[in-house]
Design a binder for this molecule. Sequence first.
Ligand SMILES: [Fe+2]
Length: 312
Amino acid sequence: MTSLVPATPIYRTSPTDPLIIHGPMISPHRPDPAPYERITVTPAGTTIGAEIGGLTLSGDLDEETLAELRRALLEWKVLFFRDQDIDRDSHREFARLWGDLEQHPFFKYTQPGQTEADVTTLAKGIDSAGVENSWHNDVTWHATPSFGAVLRAVELPERGGDTLFCDTAAAYETLPDAVKARIDHLTAEHDWLHAFGNGMPKDAVDLLRPNLPAVQHPVVRVLPENGRKVLFVNSVFTTRILGVSEEESNELLAILYRHVQRPEFQVRLRWQPNTVAFWDNRSCQHYAVSDYFPQRRVMDRISIVGDVPVGP
Ligand SMILES: [Fe+2]
């Protein structure tokens, strides 16, 4: 007879690498208790990612629809919308519903005469290979990293070019208690230099530096809406954990980066032309699979200003 009582999970470590732990990685999904009536919400992953149906994105969404999207974003961290054959104005105005718009300082304005934050077209191909294939939250080297970003597929390679998203709330919750206790009150430094400054002439770095100093954020961030803790270090922009030795900083970051990369916390988006992904940059990381060079992949992107990360 099959027991209805779940077995106690057994965790094993790798004989060659104690950082690798095998066993169930279960972070309970927390469904929003209220029903969705204006939109359809179809989960795409266990705790992260949902496909939203029933609307076309624009700046004209009514309060009820917007409130449901807000709940869905909090619940699922990244929302996917198919068949959004929308223009730049609708794309921009949809993003504006969520906060002030943000111009990424390293993405050039792509529209003639553009002076304000707007949709940026990011074209990858033979001239510019995709290099976003590492796990990160966007612009954590800002004092106020993006709240979120809205990305729309314009032109896609024949195959490949998927984007993966990882639930950093689930990642935090499934860490061993001993690791949580070590990181809960730590602060980390974040810097753009290793990514966007890579290969940049020194005089250009010197010119940018006064306006773009390294910044500090809590390693564990608390979301003000629901009090959930999320891991807030990433392998692209976090340079070190402060207040511990360099050795301990490296050890902790290695543990956290490996943990974040577990497939249990991930959802993978297979784009179609006119698919839009809207992610909460506070509670998920993303990874753009770079497996289509030298084919072209063109995306329209806009991001929304966030707030100062707060620790526990
Ligand atoms: Fe990114």
